[in-house]
Design a protein around this ligand. Structure first.
Ligand SMILES: [Zn+2]
Ligand SMILES: [Zn+2]
Length: 160
């Protein structure tokens, strides 16, 4: 039984299938619970309703996830990529969606139904917009700072 090379579902122990959506390779439990594994930062490419819209693979995954999202489960899942214990926490404050995240490698496990729930959740959406705005503002500040340093150049001359 150990001939399988791939990953095993941390929720239901079925072999995971690698699927590709928008150039992102994900491990999905297509034969079991419908859970999906995202490597670090991959979730943010698919957490908006219009992202990957019309992608047949994604549509299949979302259709499969008919289970209601789970709350805090208590039992800790083990990261399928690095073996660390994952933390179960609320995806965005107030969203009511609890996901498993590996703080060691940054991977995220979504139970069946959770990707759909995240994509449709108004709190997540608002929070994403807020983060995007802050990121824009931050990069603008960095840009301004660079220009300021480039113009002024030398540090003030020391009086002796
Ligand atoms: Zn599963
Ligand atoms: Zn990990």
């Amino acid at each position: 039984m150990s001939s399988h090379e791939g990953y095993i579902c941390p929720a239901c122990r079925k072999p995971l299938e690698t699927v590709r959506i928008r150039g992102v390779d994900l491990e999905a439990c297509t034969n079991g619970c419908g859970g999906i594994w995202f490597d670090a930062a991959e979730l943010f490419r698919l957490d908006e309703p219009e992202e990957g819209e019309g992608d047949p693979v994604l549509a299949r995954l979302l259709a499969r996830s008919s289970q209601s999202p789970s709350g805090p489960s208590g039992e800790k899942r083990i990261c399928l990529k690095c073996g660390a214990k994952m933390k179960n926490h609320e995806h965005r404050e107030g969203s009511g969606i609890f996901i498993d995240e590996c703080y060691a490698c940054g991977g995220i496990w979504l139970d069946g139904g959770e990707l759909k729930a995240i994509r449709e959740n108004p709190v997540v959406r608002q929070s994403n917009e807020e983060r995007a705005r802050l990121a824009r503002e931050f990069s603008q500040k960095v840009q301004e700072e660079k220009q300021r340093l480039g113009r002024g150049g030398k540090p003030p001359a020391r009086q002796s």
